[in-house]
Design a protein around this ligand. Structure first.
Ligand SMILES: Nc1ncnc2c1ncn2[C@@H]1O[C@H](COP(=O)(O)OP(=O)(O)OP(=O)(O)O)[C@@H](O)[C@H]1O
Ligand SMILES: [Mg+2]
Length: 169
């Protein structure tokens, strides 16, 4: 049997495309998952990580304004019984701050954990399921999603997103 596809790449010409990718991710992820699905969001300042989370939350039906967790470290959302924890470790000067803040407890619960700047909490983060890298490319963004766990690969087979155009050459 062929191995399931382990990664996915697309071009996001504008903010609406990043929101649409977030919505597609929300459809592919299982609603009941424990320990929490861990999705790492890599990319420079302004790459679109928070925008992607906003797309997920909107798809789940959230109408609240999505705040960036840059100052609070975590913004918890509960929508129709699903816990979505949105983290941002940009301000960590050392990874031990993750433990000091008691954040490890979130990852053992049921739900989805989406993490901006995950490298700043290494080596304390549990095993990642999806690693998503966003890169600024001209006026748009390039996205690369890699499934990094067995369950993450299974979820990826459910990902369906409208074909996006290619970046201008
Ligand atoms: N595909 C896209 N094309 C163009 N602009 C985009 C795209 N996706 C998001 N943006 C815009 O990029 C800007 C920064 O987005 P966002 O705040 O999501 O970045 P971030 O990666 O979370 O940054 P930070 O590391 O500072 O938290 C926003 O103005 C957003 O509208
Ligand atoms: Mg952000």
């Amino acid at each position: 049997m062929p191995e399931p596809r382990a990664d996915y790449e697309c071009w996001l010409p504008d903010e609406a495309a990043t929101l649409a990718l977030g919505a597609a991710l929300a459809e592919a992820l299982p609603r009941e998952v424990k320990p929490a699905a861990l999705i790492e969001l890599e990319g420079d300042l302004g790459a679109g990580k928070t925008t992607l989370v906003r797309g997920l939350l909107r798809k789940l039906g959230s109408e609240e304004a999505v705040k960036s967790p840059t100052y609070t470290l975590v913004e918890p959302h509960v929508i129709s019984g699903l816990n979505l924890y949105h983290f941002d470790f940009y301000r960590f000067s050392q990874p031990e701050e993750f433990l000091d803040a008691g954040l490890d407890e979130y990852f053992a619960q049921a739900g989805w954990c989406l993490v901006e700047w995950p490298a700043r909490a290494r080596p304390y983060l549990p095993a990642c399921d999806w690693r998503i890298e966003l890169a600024i490319a001209g006026s748009g963004r390039r996205a690369h999603l890699e499934a990094t766990s067995e369950r993450g690969r299974a979820w990826l087979t459910r990902l369906s997103i409208a074909a996006t155009s290619s970046p201008p050459a």
